[in-house]
Design a protein around this ligand. Structure first.
Ligand code: AMP
Length: 425
């Protein structure tokens, strides 16, 4: 199916062609016509499947064809959970919008940097605002923008925005929006609890689910290596050296900011260009690190889950889970950083005796069972610690814990490995 059969204006069809898109992806083919018709949409598709263009192209078209207003009022609001994603989505939209005959003003706003330039750029209004929730509310409080003319709302990585960390801010923002508007919710994952919340704000939505369609499933090889927790950095170094020529960029996920710092420092001291990336690093530095990583000036980024969502790093061949993610959902997002836009990718998870049960839980949710590998010289010697009911939720005293209790206790233990969870904004 060609792009020009979706109802898009010729300028936007050309914009897609200039971005090198030969044909729409499955999510684009399904969502674009529904959005152009003005319908609400709930879209689930694997990360990297072209979701940004799926909502950006029809959104730009709707705004461009609407009657121009005397003053620019924000007509479309795109909410995203991380600053990096805000910058990325804003950039993609700007790229498409520059081909339109009508000039649409797009402002990107996120926290961690001075609010003043964002307030300045909102002077005279804007057509589209792409923002993280916290900074958006700050801007509203500073009277830098109003949201009462928003006709289109996009929640990108929607499930994350409904999460506890954002729920309150999201609720406050929704109250500032007109009741009548088009809602577009996109995510790679919609856990069932979130799905109910999402459906509550959608009116007769077009439900577009292209998860698992053979042509949309990214080509990611998943591997699991058994290693003792204490030897993971050495194994990481070994693998990086061994694959030096094939792996030009590697993204390594750890559980805490502290781990990101220490692992990156150890690698750097051993001659590997590794840099930490987490929420405690100044925003300007975070932005620099990402662009330098994309330009291959860093070989390895050691990140917390801050980097797990939505980031589009072309030709990222490998993602390594040094620490396992807290949840199966986070696992999906992490490994989705590789294998993007039709490329193939490799995701390696380190598993030790004490995290094996947690990984089994992740596999179970994915409907997977991966073979355990060992690397010569790094064979594990640790045995699983006796199960303790760390969470206080599994098992009743005196009762033999069930298999589920054991898995839960192990998962809780694996998840409580240090710092407080990362927040994005
Ligand atoms: P996203 O899922 O929006 O992060 O997009 C993932 C990647 O796919 C980005 O690098 C896009 O430029 C690319 N992409 C989006 N749509 C298409 C398409 N129709 N054909 C080829 N690549 C695309």
């Amino acid at each position: 199916m060609p792009f020009d059969s979706l109802g898009l204006a010729p300028a936007l069809v050309q914009a897609a062609a200039r971005s090198g898109y030969a044909a729409p992806t499955a999510i684009q083919a399904a969502a674009i016509p529904a959005i152009l018709q003005g319908r609400d949409v709930r879209g689930s598709a694997q990360t990297g499947s072209g979701k940004t263009a799926a909502f950006s192209l029809p959104l730009l078209q709707r705004l461009a064809t609407e009657r121009p207003q005397a003053s620019r009022r924000v007509r479309a609001l795109v909410l995203v959970p991380t600053r990096e994603l805000a910058a990325q989505v804003g950039e993609t939209m700007q790229g498409f919008a520059q081909h339109l005959p009508e000039r649409l003003k797009i402002v990107v706003a996120f926290g961690g940097v001075s609010i003043n330039p964002q307030m300045m750029s909102l002077r005279g209004g804007a057509d589209i605002v792409v923002a993280t929730p916290g900074r958006l509310l700050d801007l509203v409080e500073h009277n830098a923008l109003r949201l009462d003319a928003v006709a289109m709302l996009v929640l990108d990585e929607a499930d994350r925005l409904f999460d506890l960390g954002f729920a309150e801010e999201l609720g406050r923002i929704l109250e500032l929006l007109p009741k009548r508007r088009q809602n577009l919710l996109f995510s790679a994952t919609f856990p069932s609890a979130i799905q109910a919340l999402a459906d509550g704000m959608l009116h007769d939505p077009a439900v577009v689910d292209v998860q698992g369609e053979p042509d949309t499933a990214p080509d990611i090889v998943q591997r699991v290596i058994e290693v003792d927790a204490s030897r993971r950095t050495q194994l990481l170094r070994h693998l990086l050296k061994q694959h030096e020529n094939e792996w030009d960029r590697v993204l390594v996920f750890v559980a805490t900011q502290h781990a990101a710092q220490t692992v990156a420092e150890k690698l750097y001291r051993n001659g590997i260009y590794a840099v930490p990336f987490h929420g405690d690093i100044a925003q300007r530095t975070r932005t620099d690190i990402l662009s330098q990583f994309k330009q291959s000036r860093w070989d390895v980024v050691i990140a917390t889950d801050l980097a797990a969502r939505g980031l589009d790093i072309a030709q990222l061949p490998v993602v390594i889970n040094y620490d396992l993610p807290r949840s199966p959902t986070d696992y999906t997002h992490r490994i989705g950083r590789t294998g993007r836009a039709g490329e193939s990718g490799l995701a390696i998870s380190f598993v030790s005796a004490s995290t094996e049960a947690h990984f089994r839980l992740i596999e179970k949710r994915q409907g997977l069972r991966l073979p355990r590998e060992r690397v010569e010289g790094f064979e594990p010697v640790e045995v699983a610690p006796p199960l303790v009911d760390a969470s206080g939720t599994g098992g009743i005293k005196g009762k033999r814990p069930s298999k589920k209790d054991k898995l839960r206790a192990a998962a809780a233990k694996a998840a409580t490995t240090g710092d407080a969870p990362e927040t994005n904004d």
